[in-house]
Design a protein around this ligand. Structure first.
Ligand code: A3P
Length: 281
């Protein structure tokens, strides 16, 4: 990845940019055949909305509720990063599988909807998501640099970033908000009351926890606790995935004009929706 030129790191497929290295066309083609199971735990997030946070929470819930204490697998459970031969091995994985994706709902494996496994979606306000994405791209060798800031700002606004437009994703999930097998949580709500979030998520997946388990999982899943553990959980990628963990860091990055521009787009696209009302910034 280090040697690859920035302009080669992303490629476009049906109007959406993807990582050349992690999600080549053969991988995305094969993904259409992935067979979900009804008892899978599916986690969906637009990039930088809190995917790794929720992976940790879900693993802890699974361990506490089933008493199995499984070690985390070596790979993140991101299906669009799994080469075709690894995708095939998913069929041998014992239940309950944890499968994740950043893909737009129109592009996630169709069986994720037809088999009706429970799908947890995590969203975050667009301003902080943009800031987090900017820093992530600058630190992640697989993605092109996001410099300069003004250029990245306009790319994000236009949806010209890996995995596509934040607003397209949000609007597509808004349509599925009331599906019984879909639950949307937000980064901001989780920051405000993590124990409540842990409890809601465990109940959604029918993985009951005692009150003590809820509070100990929440305690182990704060930003500072996860940052401290990040060398163990993510190796050298720890500092890439755990940066600041706050609501409102956009104020340190956006110009007044950019803030206004985002407000206008948010107003036009999301403000009137149920999900939009929950994305506070
Ligand atoms: P920042 O860059 O704003 O710090 P993802 O996992 O989807 O890539 O999202 C990464 C973002 O989630 C980063 O945001 C990261 O710091 C934040 N994050 C990770 N773990 C967190 C936690 N336990 N609590 C709050 N934020 C967390």
């Amino acid at each position: 990845a280090a040697k690859m030129k920035d302009e080669d790191k992303l490629y476009k497929r049906e109007g959406i940019l993807y990582s050349t290295i992690l999600s080549p066309p053969q991988t995305l083609d094969k993904l259409k055949e992935l067979e979900a199971r009804e008892d899978d735990l599916i986690l969906v997030a637009y990039p930088k909305c809190g995917f790794n946070w929720m992976v940790a929470v879900l693993r802890k819930i699974l361990n506490a509720s089933t008493g199995k204490n499984e070690k985390p697998p070596e790979r993140p459970p991101m299906v669009e990063f799994l080469p075709p031969d690894v995708q095939e091995k998913l069929a041998e994985m014992p239940p309950r599988r944890l499968l994740g994706t950043h893909l737009h709902p129109d592009n996630i494996p169709p069986s994720f909807f037809t088999k009706k496994p429970k799908i947890l979606v995590v969203f975050r306000n667009p301003k902080d998501t943009l800031v987090s994405y900017y820093h992530f791209m600058n630190k992640n060798p697989v993605l092109p640099s996001a410099e300069p800031w003004d250029k990245f700002f306009s790319d994000f606004m236009a949806g010209e970033v890996a995995w596509g437009s934040y607003f397209d994703h949000a609007l597509a999930w808004e349509k599925r908000l009331d599906d019984p097998n879909v639950m949307i949580v937000t980064y901001e709500e989780l920051k405000q009351n993590l124990p409540e979030g842990v409890k809601k998520i465990s109940e959604f997946f029918s993985l009951p926890l005692t009150d003590e388990q809820v509070s100990s999982i929440a305690g182990e899943s704060t930003f500072s606790a996860m940052l401290e553990n990040s060398q163990k959980s993510h190796g050298n990628f720890g500092s890439i995935f755990f940066r600041k963990g706050e609501v409102g860091d956009w104020k340190n990055h956006f110009s007044d004009a950019q803030s206004k521009q985002m407000d206008e787009l948010f107003q036009a696209k999301l403000a009137g929706t149920k999900l939009g009302a929950r994305l506070k910034y």
